[in-house]
Design a protein around this ligand. Structure first.
Ligand code: FMN
Length: 276
């Protein structure tokens, strides 16, 4: 049977409905395509605007809103973020197209207040950030945790939102979801066998692949003798595109009172910086 490609026939008339096809390669697979049905002002958006939600609710106004927005953010942060140029091209292709419903290939269908999700995508593609700090770490004996919480207390004292995630017990994708709109990211680890703690190495590899945009950050940690974890973290953060700020939060064993204060003061400084 002869096959006609959508390149040869970008529009198919089915009787009462027309299907128009637009190729959007790498949003987020090489063969990605969106389809538009002008009679219903319906966009079948493929991966864009998706969420990993399995629900009996079919539309965005039928589902709990905080869950919906969390999942839309999680989907963008963990699936589409490194492909923002392709997603941007796909969104741009919709300029001037009258859309009343967006049906992505995953999750619920957007039929109410479409402007909200379109605005969010515009912001995420541009690397929009809010004054928020994400600190993530792992620990064997809690010294690295103490540094993380000293920083967090300093940040909170300035009224800046801060989330702390231990990588034992929190999934890397949840941490990345919070990082999406955060201005600053700090990653901490104890030194284990001259290297970084395995869960932190895994997180760094994941974050690097997702190419976060418009972030400042630094590494921190605790070591016993020669150290090594904090250096490795900072190298990887740099490779992930994060602008490093001078931190000097690499402490031998349990942080002393002065070191705790240093981490707290660093948190205050970071909070002021993200409020600028
Ligand atoms: C199995 C093991 C291996 C370690 N290897 C190193 C190492 O190679 N270099 C180093 O400086 N410290 C090493 N340490 C010391 C820890 O980095 C140090 O105790 C640190 O304070 C632990 O931080 P935490 O309390 O956040 O787990 C090692 C500790 C353990 C238990």
């Amino acid at each position: 049977m002869p096959i006609t490609t959508t390149k040869e026939m970008p529009e198919v008339k089915l009787g009462g409905k027309t299907l128009s096809f637009v190729a959007v390669p790498m949003a987020h697979w090489p063969d990605s395509m969106v389809s538009y049905i002008p009679e219903d002002k319906l966009l079948l958006s493929n991966d864009a605007f998706g969420q990993h939600i399995a629900s009996t609710a079919r539309f965005n106004d039928e589902i709990e809103q905080s869950l919906l927005w969390h999942e839309a953010e999680a989907y963008y942060a963990n699936i589409l973020m490194p492909l923002r140029s392709a997603v941007g091209r796909a969104v741009k292709a919709l300029d001037g197209v009258s859309i009343e419903v967006i049906a992505p290939s995953h999750g619920v269908i957007w039929r109410k207040d479409l402007g909200d999700i379109l605005t969010k995508y515009g912001q995420w593609i541009e690397g929009y950030t809010v004054p928020k700090v994400v600190i993530t770490y792992d620990t064997m004996w809690k010294s690295t945790k103490d540094i993380a919480y000293a920083m967090a207390e300093g940040i909170a004292s300035e009224g800046v939102k801060c989330r702390v995630y231990c990588l034992t017990g929190n999934h890397r994708s949840d941490v990345m979801t919070d990082i999406l709109e955060a201005k600053a990211v700090f990653v901490g680890s104890p030194t284990l066998n001259n290297h970084v703690y395995p869960s932190v190495a895994e997180f760094l590899a994941y974050m690097r692949g997702l190419k976060p945009m418009n972030k400042i950050g630094a590494g921190f940690g605790s070591y016993g003798w020669a150290g090594g974890a904090t250096r490795f973290i900072e190298e990887q953060m740099k490779l992930a595109g994060i602008e490093l700020i001078e931190a000097d939060l690499d402490f031998a064993y349990k942080p002393t009172e002065e070191e705790w204060q240093k981490a707290y003061d660093f948190g205050v400084m970071v909070a002021k910086k993200v409020k600028e």
